[in-house]
Design a protein around this ligand. Structure first.
Ligand SMILES: Nc1ncnc2c1ncn2[C@@H]1O[C@H](COP(=O)(O)OP(=O)(O)O)[C@@H](O)[C@H]1O
Ligand SMILES: [Mg+2]
Length: 147
């Protein structure tokens, strides 16, 4: 289930418009960077619920909060669960196959710093992100805490 649209969304019209413009590109890869409390999560929710986006991506919009995750496999399996895949030990292949065959899909990975910051998980996360970005029908939007 998608998180709700922000009830109060003020002063971020330019950022929202800028992101919507990126959706005109072939395979948008979007990063929302900023300190805590700056409104990264709210902005990504506003994008997810914008009429241009709901019209284009319908049910193929996914929001995954990465806080609390510690490994790539955990991330992959949560993505798989959102996609409705049967749970398994490591759903990497299943997720990639599913997304490659799916219609245009928007995947938001919020608080990606949880997985990106620790040196132990960064390499495998980077690898998984690279595999995701090979899928041209997938729009990837990440939110990352960055000072
Ligand atoms: N554009 C906005 N207008 C009004 N309130 C906002 C806006 N963006 C964020 N907020 C509020 O500020 C707080 C922090 O926003 P959040 O999106 O969670 O920030 P971040 O993800 O960068 O930590 C939340 O309570 C949120 O509701
Ligand atoms: Mg946030």
């Amino acid at each position: 289930m998608l998180p709700a649209e922000p009830k109060i969304f003020y002063g971020r019209e330019k950022e929202l418009t800028d992101i919507l413009k990126l959706f005109k590109q072939e395979s948008p890869r979007i990063a929302i960077l900023g300190a805590g409390g700056m409104g990264k999560t709210s902005l990504s929710k506003a994008v997810l619920h914008h009429s241009e986006i709901t019209t284009k991506y319908h049910a193929n919009r996914f929001f995954i909060a990465c806080d609390g995750l510690t490994t790539k496999v955990e991330l992959v399996n949560i993505v798989g669960a959102h996609l409705g895949l049967k749970s398994g030990k490591d759903l990497t292949r299943g997720v990639l196959r599913h997304l490659s065959n799916a219609p245009s899909t928007l995947l938001v990975l919020d608080n990606l710093e949880t997985l990106w910051d620790p040196a132990e998980s960064r390499k495998e996360i980077e690898e998984f992100l690279s595999l995701l970005t090979d899928i041209t029908s997938l729009v990837l939007m990440v939110g990352v805490f960055l000072l």
